[in-house]
Design a protein around this ligand. Structure first.
Ligand SMILES: [Zn+2]
Length: 376
């Protein structure tokens, strides 16, 4: 099957493909309706699951797409290709796979990164009974990043103030303040929320149910966005001196996991994120099971000409949600721009996503099979 076969235009099509592929491959499927939101034309929003391999397996690969809604297309295509190209039949005997489709179905369906409450799900996995992490530098940037109109004037002001901020704090501080997560502005960037989001609660419930017998868990959480054409970036969040990081390196290779290489691919030192899903799962599994895996990014965006243009996509999302609305005259153009950033309509991208994701699955599953046998 040609790579483009696995790619879809809408969340509803992606969901249909996922469920058809899962059933054809003998997966045990599950559906979770989001009762708090709907999609375009009022469609219902579901997180769907498919389980392959032995029930009560002690070694399980958890594979997620759509944590950042609009980034879901690449991961959804990768999941379908794995299921339709014989992945389930080739599983090592002791290993199960739990596929989660559209962890954030609202974002997937609308073509936005955040959830129905503008929450960045990958900043939402922390103990909300504690006071939230601070991000004092974000306070200075919020107004600047939240223009009423996205026009020349707003961009000029952003560049001018951004330059001043960088002179004072450095470039990395600017990127870190914007993207590490903030818990004070519900209408802002990378907002982590003040309570577990619906998607977080469902994932937690699912993993408690499905991983009750697991002691070895792998994770591939598909994302997209960084500049490139379908190459992978592996973001690992394990202790870099611990056995989990070493295991991920054995699975996927030093050339993908070495922090220096990853930072070069990422384009800068990574932000000091809080509340990320990887740590949420790690904590949920402790002390019973150990987690090895990564957020895996499909590079997808076109190169940016200046720092302001690298902020354009999150600015558009915020504008659609809080300034202009989804029905604004500008909205169709803005949605299309966001879509091209995370899931471009390029044959070369489709080919790379399918080939690279197949390799990523193969290496993770081989590693999980070995891990299962090591421990008998
Ligand atoms: Zn992402």
């Amino acid at each position: 099957m040609k790579p483009e076969f696995f790619f879809t235009e809408t969340y509803a099509q992606a969901r249909k493909s996922f469920l058809e592929a899962a059933e054809a491959a003998g997966g045990r499927v599950g559906h979770y309706l989001n009762p708090r939101a709907t999609g375009p034309d009022g469609i219902h929003l579901f997180l769907d699951t498919a389980l392959f391999g032995p029930r009560e397996a002690s070694t399980v690969l958890v594979n997620i797409c759509g944590t950042h809604g609009a980034e879901g297309y690449g991961g959804s295509a990768a999941q379908c290709a794995w299921m339709m190209n014989g992945g389930p039949r080739a599983l090592p005997g002791e290993v199960a796979v739990l596929m989660i489709h559209a962890l954030n179905p609202f974002g997937f369906a609308w073509g936005l990164r955040g959830t129905e409450n503008n929450i960045d799900l990958n900043r939402n996995f922390l103990d909300h009974s504690q006071s939230p992490p601070e991000n004092p530098l974000y306070e200075r940037l919020h107004r600047l990043l939240s223009p009423r109109r996205i026009d020349e004037g707003a961009i000029r002001e952003l560049l001018r103030e951004g330059t001043r901020f960088i002179a004072e704090h450095g470039r990395w501080a600017l990127e870190d303040a914007i993207s590490r997560g903030q818990y004070s502005h519900p209408d802002g960037y990378h907002y982590g929320g003040r309570a577990p989001e619906w998607s977080n609660l469902v994932l937690t419930h699912l993993l408690e149910e499905e991983l009750a017998h697991a002691s070895r868990v792998g994770l591939i959480d598909w994302h997209s966005g960084p500049v490139g054409d379908g190459e992978l970036i592996y973001l690992n969040f394990s202790n870099p001196r611990g056995p989990e990081f070493a295991r991920a390196t054995r699975w996927w290779g030093e050339e993908h996991l070495d922090p220096r290489i990853v930072e070069a691919q990422w384009g800068s030192k990574r932000p000091t994120r809080r509340g990320i899903l990887f740590w949420g799962i790690e904590k949920l599994l402790q002390p019973r099971a150990s987690l090895t895996g990564a957020v895996v990014e499909f590079r997808s965006a076109r190169p940016k000409s200046d720092p302001a243009s690298s902020l354009r996509i999150p600015m558009l999302e915020r504008w659609l949600r809080f300034e202009g609305g989804f029905d604004a005259p500008e909205a169709p153009g803005y949605f299309a721009e966001i879509r091209e950033e995370y899931a471009p309509h390029r044959l070369s991208w489709y080919e790379a996503v399918i080939a690279n994701s197949a390799e990523c699955y193969e290496h993770a599953l081989r590693g999980l099979g070995e891990w299962a046998r090591e421990n008998g």
